[in-house]
Write a protein that binds this ligand. Structure first.
Ligand code: ATP
Length: 399
């Protein structure tokens, strides 16, 4: 239909990028990116009217999105060339042809288009041997300045390489290394780098991608004081193992912050604060990181010795998901099992008959830290034995 609408307004219409790549690989992809030679906004408006979709324009970028009732979405762009006034900064945009539009893309495998207008429907536009690279499993930039123009492509290269089990082509890797050594990644804003890392962490192959970032020395240009050693790798393996269980206990957790706990381990406080500022990481993260580094070894040993939950609770309390993940990085499988039981118990256990108010009223104690202490002690008792009589135990504690 989009092709027919293209004919109606006299504009060539193409589906491009990841959709075409995945179509050729036989992988489902519901992200439809359309490029129009002509006025993309005018086309989007016309198409939206015909289909009955809602159109949201982004005039500055000459793009628009169509939103359908069932939640489906199509992005429409005007074929464009980009000018980079300065390396590593966002580009200026100009109207162009499909070939130039494809040339500005990150890698050959993402630079194909399929025409949708009825007379040429289904014709693949492959100007850069993209299909060959796709067949051979190669990640290749389209020109030598690609990484300088947009250094986030350095991280994207690893993402696609690891997702598809491809490899970065030799010259591309050389250019990647040169760009890295030229300090271009450092010129990119922290939020853009963070976005790309977060995208990597959404991938199934994210641990392999982290290893590859380390191997290609990219990690050093993102987190300058991180030394990716075998020990660090083992910690991440443990943590990834624990991720599978984490959803049972915590509804939400931030994988980026979890992984950072290991990657930024033992940073001195100033370096940690600097990284936190660059990547928009909250202060709380810095505080928690420092706290959990202090307690991780004693807690690990307590878990290994299968000490009472109440003893562990006195040191660890109710950890945030990120702290729980960090502890898990230090634990082998068996110990992770015990730790999982601990977390479940701590989050599920509630005092049913006794509240702070009850204690104050019954024993005439004024509000203050002492109430917290009493409640905490009672909670610890219950952690070790769910069957305790809360009223009776409270009596004993007060005495
Ligand atoms: P995914 O399957 O992860 O969504 P994708 O290829 O669709 O992969 P997007 O980030 O959605 O990736 O980008 C869509 C298309 O836009 C890419 O296929 C690529 O052609 C182009 N693109 C995206 N980011 C860049 C970039 N930094 N530099 C050049 N081209 C890019």
């Amino acid at each position: 239909l989009l092709g027919e609408y293209g004919d109606d307004v006299n504009m060539p219409v193409y589906v491009v990028g990841g959709f075409v790549r995945d179509l050729l690989l036989g992988i489902e992809n519901l992200d439809v990116d359309i490029v129009v030679e002509g006025d993309g906004l005018k086309f989007a408006e016309y198409a939206a009217k015909q289909i009955g979709a809602k159109m949201v324009p982004y005039e500055k970028f000459l793009t628009a999105s169509l939103f359908f009732k069932d939640g489906f979405r199509i992005d429409i762009a005007t074929a464009r060339t980009e000018y980079y006034e300065k390396p590593a900064k966002l580009p200026m945009v100009d109207i162009s042809t499909i070939k130039k539009d494809l040339y500005r893309r990150d890698f050959t495998i993402n630079a194909m288009a399929i025409k949708l207008n009825p007379l040429a429907f289904g014709i693949l536009f492959d100007f850069f041997q993209s299909r060959k690279d796709l067949k051979e499993g190669i990640i290749r930039v389209l020109h030598r300045l690609s990484f300088v123009e947009d250094p986030t492509r350095i991280i994207r290269a690893v993402r696609f390489e690891q997702r598809f089990g491809f490899h970065i082509e030799e010259t591309t890797q050389e250019i990647l290394t040169e760009t890295l050594e030229g300090g271009y990644l450092e010129k990119v804003t922290g939020s853009r780098i963070r976005q790309e890392i977060e995208k990597i962490l959404e991938e199934q192959s994210s641990l392999k991608a982290i290893r590859r970032l380390a191997e290609l020395n990219i990690l050093k240009h993102i987190f300058p004081k991180t030394y990716y050693t075998g020990v660090m790798d083992k910690k991440l393996v443990n943590m990834y193992n624990f991720f599978q269980k984490l959803g049972d206990i915590y509804k939400n957790y931030n994988k980026f912050y979890c992984v950072l706990r290991v990657l930024l381990e033992f940073y001195d406080e100033n370096s940690l604060k600097e990284v936190a500022r660059r990547y928009g990481i909250p202060k709380k993260f810095v505080e928690e990181t420092k706290f959990s580094e202090k307690i991780v070894i004693p807690v690990k040993e307590m878990i290994h010795d299968k000490m009472l939950f109440s003893d562990i609770y006195k040191v660890l309390g109710k950890p945030s998901p990120e702290t729980a993940c960090y502890i898990s990085a230090y634990l082998e499988c068996d110990d992770q099992e015990y730790f999982y039981e601990y977390l479940k118990k701590v989050y599920e256990t509630k005092l049913e008959k006794v509240s702070g108010e009850y204690v104050m009223k019954k024993y005439g104690i004024k509000a203050g830290p002492i109430i917290g202490k009493i409640m905490n002690e009672l909670f610890c008792k219950k952690l070790d034995d769910m069957k305790i009589d809360e009223i009776f135990e409270l009596e004993r504690i007060i005495k």
